[in-house]
Every structure is written in C-alpha cells, then in structure tokens.
Design a binder for this molecule. Structure first.
Ligand code: SF4
Ligand code: SF4
Length: 510
C-alpha cells in the first residue's frame, strides 16, 4: 500500500493510517448562527497549560470580548466574555472532559445588547508591524489550536533564530469522519484564510505557504484555488512568495501535524521534536481565521464554528456558536430535545471523547458534537477477544509503534516498560483499535497507561519534594542546634572571663 501511495503521490506518504467511511453529511450545509443563550458558561481552562485566574466578580457588568480571566504562567490563554451582560456566578460546573469532572466557570447572563470591547486598534497595516507585536495580539486574543489540540497559538509563533521557519502549512485536512466545519470555512471564507496565511508568513519569515486539503472536498479546493489566485494578483507580499494548494488522497490521520508535514514535505519530525525543528509551522484553518480576525478586526476569540452531526442527528449543521453556550442548548437548536438513548461525542469519532454532561459548554476545542444512537456500530461495545498476533495494529500505526505489546504491558501494570516502547509518542489516533479484529480497545489502554504514568510521576515528585523538605528541615534544625551550642559556649566563656575579672577585683591588694 505504501509503495502504491508513493507511486501515486510521487513522494513518501506518512506511515500507516486507515481509510475510513467519512460520512461528510454536512459538507453542503452552509454555516449558520446558533442563537445566543440566556447564560454563557466560561471555564477557566480551555487550553493546554495553566488554569486562568478570574478578573471579574459576581455582579460585574462585562462587554463581549472583555478579558474575564487572565493567564497564569507562560503556557496559558486568557478567557474573554462571549457577550455583554452580568457575571451571575463563579462556581464549579461540568466541562467537556472524559472524566465528567467540573471546573471553576464564570457565568454571564446576557443583557441582549451584545456590545463589544475591542482588543485595541485594528492592525490592517500588519505588514508594517513587528512580528512580536502581532504575536502579542494573538496571545491577548486567547487563540488556541482550534483543531481540538488547545495549545496556545502564540507559543508556536515564537521566532527561533536556530530554527528558521521556511514553510507555513495550513491544515485543511479535516480527516475525521463527519466533521465539516473547516471544509465550510474554506468554501465560504477562502479570502480571509489566505489573508491569515499571509499574516503567518510575514510573522515567521517563511517563503513558502501550503494549503493542504484532502481530495474529498472539491468545493473547498475550488474556493481556495480562486482565493490564492486573486491574492497573487492583488497582494505584493503573497506574489513575492510561493503559495500553493496541495490536494492529498484522503487517509486518516493525515490531519495530525507530524503526518501532514511528512506528506507535504517528505520530512519526518523526530520523536520529541517540534515542526519548527524541520522548518515548518503548521496551523489549523479555524485558528488561522481567528488570527486574521484578531489582527485586522481586533477581535478576541469569542466564537467558533462547530459541526453538529452523526447518525442520531435529523439534519447535520455547521454552526457559528458563541463560546460558553451550553451543549444542550446547541442540540435543542438543532431539533434534538430528547437525548435519551444517544451518546454525544465531543470532537470526531476517532479522537473525540464521550460527553458525560450535555450541560457542559462549547469551548475553544469543540470541533464537533456527534450524536450517536446507542445501538449503532460506533457506539456498540464489542466484546474484547484475545490478541491473535496478526500485526494489523502495528501496520496501521502512523508512528510505527507496537500497539499490541504496549497494551500487554499496560494490562500487566508494567507502565514504565510500556513507556520504554514510546508510549508517550502515541498520538491516540485510534487506527490500531479500528483495525483490530479482536476488538481490543488499544487506544483506551494507552490513555489509561499515560494517565497512570503521569500519576506515578506526580506521586514521585511529591515524595521527592517531601524528602527534600524533610532534609532541609533536619539541616535547619542541626544548624540551629549548632548555633545554639556556639552561643551557649560563647556565653559560658564570657561568664568565665567576667568571674575571673570580678575575682581579681575582689582580691586584697598585696
Ligand atoms: S493510537 Fe497510538 S499506537 Fe494506536 S495507531 Fe495511533 S499512534 Fe499508533
Ligand atoms: S490488531 Fe489486535 S489482534 Fe492483531 S496483533 Fe494487534 S492487538 Fe493483536
């Protein structure tokens, strides 16, 4: 298969992967607005990194786009109010997370006016701006990887003299079944996306820009091709660089950053390294659009496009949803009031997670909401059977891991041995589970194993910190004891001298 793909593409594709039934039911459905709910719920952490700290209190009036929770630490992204209104509560609430656990959230009761507070001036002259200034704007706008990863975007845009970026790849692959929000954005907002690409190329100093799309999105391909052409005619900056469209054969998980870079450039990003180590910046379509809005319209991130689809949906939708909108409200807007017998997947069916509480809000990483009836193949839990050592899982793995062996070790609680087989390089794409004839939920084992190792490390770090604290305390007590003994000795010596002097003074003259 690999040889065949190499022959078709004329270069090395990424390893492994699978061909899925794509169910792109929403591909022809234009983006529409989801109405504003009465209350928006903003979790304090919607990104990879440190949780934010509230900047508002109950009773405060806020404007749409106002910073309501600030970053704590470098790897973090601020949170902005999704509409104008009053802060009515700050309390724990369920968030989209497989644990179903809650998180501190800011509740804003909408005043219906939806008045905005811009981030600052509109930087329409971005070509004359210093990249550091633009990067600070992107940080302040709270933009994260909107493909679901949630990594703060400004960090990826830091210029590193040791690793200059020569290619910016816009990731329009959207290789998970059902999801169509990026496809619709490329069809409807192609000019703005190319504008966003030009901004990213200016910021990174890259000479090459590539918009990568899979061949199952003909409308998006045509729209992006037209937009590139008109920008090449109108914009000197784009005309002076090389921007092209790359249409790739549909294959999962091609949208994963490292696999896409390999498919486009032929370069492999080594384990533990970043795309910039091979001179590439990879950016998601929705994030690029958010960057374009933050720079040219001074808009922080307060909304995103979400695909609502799946076998349980009467009609698929691509909705522009205000961040903080309760998921139950979005589904009700799509005509789904009754959720009994239905599973809700947050994200795509391969890498997404089952949502435990529909009261959780739409967050920055909500790419899709898939409704899957309990009795369908995707939702059905097929009984796990013993491994037959067929090796299909290893063949499908894009990272060339040994999934069956890692799963065996994790099953035997040998987490550190599993780590030795590069457990942490696993991108949790689910290809191994998908092809396994024994229905072994391999990717669940890997998530569990990673969680156990993280906990083990945390416990070890805690034990080490306690040991150090205890040693420091002992050392301090020793020092205090020694200092006390020295003081006592000094006092005794002083008192001896004083006694001798007094004795001498009392001696009768000879
Ligand atoms: S889930 Fe991990 S082990 Fe399985 S195919 Fe994907 S990367 Fe490989
Ligand atoms: S695909 Fe399943 S049965 Fe085959 S080797 Fe992998 S884990 Fe075992």
């Amino acid at each position: 298969m690999r040889r065949l793909l190499e022959h078709i593409w004329g270069r090395k594709p990424f390893d492994g992967g699978v061909v899925l039934d794509m169910h792109k039911d929403g591909a022809q459905v234009p983006i529409t607005d989801c109405p504003l709910p009465e209350v928006l719920i903003h979790p304090l952490k919607q990104h990879i990194g440190e949780t934010c700290k509230p900047l508002v209190a109950v009773g405060d009036h806020v404007l749409r786009g106002q910073n309501i929770a600030r970053s704590q630490g470098y790897v973090s992204a601020p949170v902005h109010a999704g509409t104008s209104g009053t802060v009515v509560r700050i309390e724990e609430h369920p968030v989209p997370h497989p644990s179903g656990l809650g998180m501190l959230c800011i509740f804003i009761e909408a005043d219906g006016e939806d008045r905005r507070q811009p981030l600052g001036v509109m930087m329409t002259n971005w070509l004359q701006r210093d990249p550091a200034q633009l990067r600070e704007r992107i940080r302040a706008a709270g933009i994260t990887g909107l493909g679901g990863a949630g990594f703060p975007t400004f960090i990826k845009l830091l210029r590193d003299q040791r690793h200059p970026v020569n290619t910016v790849i816009l990731n329009g692959i959207e290789c998970e079944p059902w999801l169509t929000h990026d496809q619709r954005l490329m069809t409807e907002r192609s000019d703005d996306i190319v504008h966003g690409l030009a901004i990213l190329m200016h910021m990174t100093g890259a000479d090459h820009g590539v918009i990568a799309i899979e061949d199952n999105k003909p409308e998006a391909i045509a729209a992006m091709q037209d937009a590139i052409h008109s920008w090449q005619c109108e914009c000197e900056h784009i005309a002076s660089t090389s921007v092209r469209l790359e249409v790739l054969p549909t294959r999962y998980p091609q949208g994963s950053e490292k696999q896409l870079i390999q498919a486009i450039t032929g370069k492999e990003v080594p384990a533990g390294k970043l795309p910039l180590h091979v001179g590439v910046l990879c950016q998601n379509i929705s994030s690029t659009l958010a960057i374009y809005r933050a720079i040219t319209a001074a808009e922080p991130l307060t909304e995103r496009v979400v695909t609502v689809s799946g076998q349980g949906m009467p009609a698929p939708a691509n909705l522009r949803v205000r961040l903080g909108t309760p998921i139950r409200y979005v589904l009700a807007h799509c005509g789904l009031d009754q959720l009994d017998g239905m599973q809700i997947i947050h994200g795509g069916p391969m890498m997404g997670e089952r949502l435990k509480h529909p009261e959780a809000p739409v967050v920055k990483s909500t790419t899709g909401l898939l409704l899957i009836p309990d009795d369908t193949l995707y939702a059905e839990h097929q009984p796990e059977e013993p491994c037959i050592r067929c090796g299909h899982c290893g063949d499908a793995c894009p990272i060339r891991l040994v999934p069956n062996l890692m799963a065996d070790l994790i099953r035997d609680q040998q987490f550190e041995q599993a780590e030795g087989y590069q457990l942490f390089d696993c991108i949790e794409c689910g290809c191994c589970s998908y092809v396994c004839p024994s229905h072994i939920p391999l990717v669940h084992y890997f998530r569990y194993g990673k969680g156990q190792l993280a906990q083990l490390r945390q416990e070890r770090a805690f034990a080490e910190a306690s040991r150090q604290r205890s040693e420091q305390r002992m050392a301090r007590l020793e020092q205090e004891k020694a200092a006390k003994a020295a003081r006592r000795q000094k006092a005794r010596a002083r008192s001896k001298v004083a006694t001798r002097t007094a004795d001498k003074q009392q001696e009768p003259p000879a």
